[in-house]
Design a protein around this ligand. Structure first.
Ligand SMILES: Cc1cc2nc3c(=O)[nH]c(=O)nc-3n(C[C@H](O)[C@H](O)[C@H](O)COP(=O)(O)OP(=O)(O)OC[C@H]3O[C@@H](n4cnc5c(N)ncnc54)[C@H](O)[C@@H]3O)c2cc1C
Ligand code: FES
Length: 255
């Protein structure tokens, strides 16, 4: 798939809460084909500390409107600078990068599990699965009610189960504690979030013999397989998370 370096125009910057925001971007050209799980590398202007591009998952795509969305958590200088962008500003990105989630066999029931900002690639995935005729369940976990992200958007795409750590909405606890994991039968699980959460979901899937793919958020430099700073030690040897991932089958990981 051809990669593009492009200056996209910001159409809006929606603040979700003190930590999260969603950038809407539009292109003058038709968008390249993108797959759920892929990411963009964002150039953050105006600071020496951020000369390396920042990897951000593709959150949503609208080919007709030539627009895409990025859901971003403020983690440091780069993402903070991005949080101050306004409609009419421009963002230089390289995209689409990385591999993508694989579809389950036809007629199978998938479960999408996301924690915190890890929900970012799952909206695009849920839309994609729905467009292909799959009826997915979606399990989302956040710290508290105030930190819930776009619940209504996921509800349009499948049955949504919710956990919060403080119990202020949904089931109290972590996604890995939610009863739906034990009660329902799934044929495939897709997961993105904190590493510990993904490891626990992977463990659960191994025990139940459920196919599972996770999206890793390893530190990245170039994003195109040149700097080797995103190496993942797998059963197939060292792989680059930016080109061989970020989506990995749990059977390939030494977890
Ligand atoms: C494939 C992939 C997809 C991602 N998708 C999203 C997303 O959709 N939304 C989102 O908010 N975040 C996402 N991230 C994480 C995001 O890239 C980092 O939070 C961001 O780069 C931090 O930059 P910063 O300058 O704000 O913070 P820094 O001050 O540079 O770092 C803050 C924290 O972010 C980590 N970090 C810094 N640079 C990188 C990097 N290049 N790669 C990974 N982690 C880094 C650091 O280890 C540190 O813990 C993704 C990461 C990867 C690898
Ligand atoms: S980020 Fe440079 S090789 Fe993966």
């Amino acid at each position: 798939m051809a990669k593009r370096v492009e200056l996209l125009k910001i159409i809006d910057n929606k603040r979700i809460n003190s930590d999260y925001f969603i950038l809407g971007l539009t292109s003058e050209n038709n968008l390249p084909e993108m797959k759920p799980g892929q990411f963009v590398q964002v150039k953050v202007e105006g600071s020496r500390e951020t000369f390396l591009r920042r990897p951000i998952s593709i959150h949503d795509v609208d080919y007709e409107k030539k627009s895409l969305k990025l859901l971003i958590q403020i983690a440091g200088k780069g993402t903070e600078t991005m949080s101050n962008l306004k409609a009419g500003d421009h963002l230089n990105i390289i995209y689409p990068l990385g591999n993508s989630f694989n579809l389950p066999p036809v007629g199978k029931k998938p479960l999408l599990v996301g924690g915190g900002c890890g929900v970012a690639p799952l909206l695009f995935l849920a839309k994609y699965l729905k467009s292909k005729g799959y009826v997915a369940d979606i399990l989302l976990g956040f710290r508290s009610r105030k930190r819930i992200i776009e619940f209504e958007e996921y509800e349009k795409l499948g049955k949504v189960f919710l956990t919060t750590e403080d119990g202020s909405a949904g089931e109290k606890g972590y996604v890995t504690d939610h009863p739906v994991l034990r009660s329902a039968d799934y044929d495939k699980v897709y997961c993105c979030g904190p590493e510990l959460m993904m490891k626990r979901i992977a463990q659960h899937c191994r025990q139940k013999k459920i196919a599972c793919e996770v999206s890793l958020e390893n530190l990245m430099g170039c994003g195109i397989g040149a700097c080797l700073c995103c190496i993942v030690d797998t059963v197939r040897g060292n792989l680059c998370s930016c080109i061989d991932g970020p989506v990995f089958n749990i059977n390939d990981l030494k977890w």
